[in-house]
Write a protein that binds this ligand. Structure first.
Ligand code: NAP
Length: 335
């Protein structure tokens, strides 16, 4: 195990912000992780996965552990489903590819989401009406203080909308090493989102597989979202706000076309619509801006600092609050 000093994190965060770690180590197995934790004297530990949902605003003091624990292991298989345990350092989208190639169902709507699987339960990743909680079985994690291993089931994780206990009470307290999910062998496609239906209407066959849906979603996402390989970004910067009926009515009075989604008495308005309505789409301020094909995505044109991007996000939040009386919350973790 090789600990590096003043290690650049430029290529390890998808926002492509140029900061460094005081100390950095790349961990490939659970055993190495336990050995490291038992022997380290570092008090400050920061866990890095795929770096796709963070905005780094400063150099990181202490030890950065880059969790690259790999492995996809089938634990149980019946004629209806399969239970798979996956190393936290596996790339999420490779897991989706693996599942659709085997004609398995459950995570195809989550195609092309960047990042590692270890981070997926932390923010309960979601897209097109599916969340990881829908297939989640359990996760294994090490307590950074006691160095003991624990298992968390779905209930323990307290999943919410892009949220879990690991973003709240247990924030920065555990390092996730394995995630176990249950995939179906039976066709259980979720085609509720209009964008998917619209694409499928163009294709001339009736029975779609998870692989077909993966291809459709990859096509839609590539049209709307910037590829972090070429443009620094961390996907949706803000969460879609949940509002009350009064706020919705006020907006409707001025903009009858406002999109909204009602679910269990909750009203969700797309944050992207609010931002676009205020003409931020395509806005650029020196080195950062708002993507011109999707206003929920803030981008780094090359040399933006984390602070530049935070400042832009604050201006957007202020504008949305002033004009719509809605407080946007970040989906991205600001560090
Ligand atoms: P979109 O189709 O333009 O719709 C805008 C928003 O409306 C979405 O964020 C979605 O909420 C909501 N929505 C649309 N149809 C809905 C329905 N049938 N039922 C309930 N809510 C509905 O969205 P988009 O921005 O292109 O994103 C498509 C999907 O990919 C969304 O699920 C989005 O969350 C996901 N996505 C995630 C990220 C990320 O970085 N986390 C980035 C891009 C896209 P929800 O977000 O709650 O689904």
């Amino acid at each position: 195990m090789n600990i590096r000093n003043y290690y650049s994190l430029l290529d390890l965060n998808t926002f492509k912000v140029n900061v460094s770690a005081e100390f950095y180590i790349n961990i490939q197995s659970e055993n190495d992780l336990l050995k490291l934790l038992q022997n380290t004297s570092h008090k400050k530990i920061f866990i890095l996965g795929g770096g796709s949902n963070i905005l780094l605003t400063r150099n990181i003091k202490g030890l950065v552990i880059h969790n690259q624990i790999k492995g996809i292991k089938i634990k149980t298989e019946t004629n209806k489903h399969i239970i798979v345990e996956i190393g936290a350092g596996e790339i999420w989208d490779q897991v989706v590819k693996w599942s659709t190639e085997r004609n398995l169902y459950g995570i195809e709507n989550l195609s092309l989401i960047p990042g590692y699987i270890g981070a997926a339960p932390i923010q309960n990743i979601g897209a097109y009406g599916t969340e990881i909680k829908d297939v989640f079985q359990e996760l294994k994690a090490v307590n950074l203080k006691t160095k003991k291993t624990h298992f968390f089931n779905k209930f323990d994780c307290q999943f919410g909308y892009r949220d879990s206990i690991f973003k709240n009470k247990l924030k920065d307290k555990f390092i996730i090493t394995k995630v176990t999910i249950k995939l179906s062998k039976i066709n259980t496609l979720n085609l509720s989102y209009k964008a998917i239906k619209k694409e499928l209407e163009k294709v001339n066959h009736k029975r779609f597989t998870s692989k077909d849906i993966r291809e459709v979603i990859i096509k839609i996402r590539k049209q709307k979202l910037p590829d972090p390989k070429y443009i620094g970004n961390a996907g949706s910067f803000f969460k879609n706000p949940i509002v009350n009926q009064d706020i919705l009515n006020q907006i409707k009075n001025l903009h009858p076309e406002v999109p909204f989604f009602k679910n269990n008495d909750q009203i969700k308005i797309p944050a992207g619509w609010l931002i676009e309505k205020l003409n931020w789409k395509g806005f650029r301020d020196k080195n950062c801006g708002v993507y011109n094909k999707h206003s929920l995505v803030l981008i780094n044109y090359g040399n933006a600092s984390g602070i530049d991007i935070v400042n832009l996000s604050k201006k957007i939040k202020q504008d949305v609050n002033q004009k719509f009386n809605i407080k946007l919350e970040e989906e991205v973790s600001i560090i």
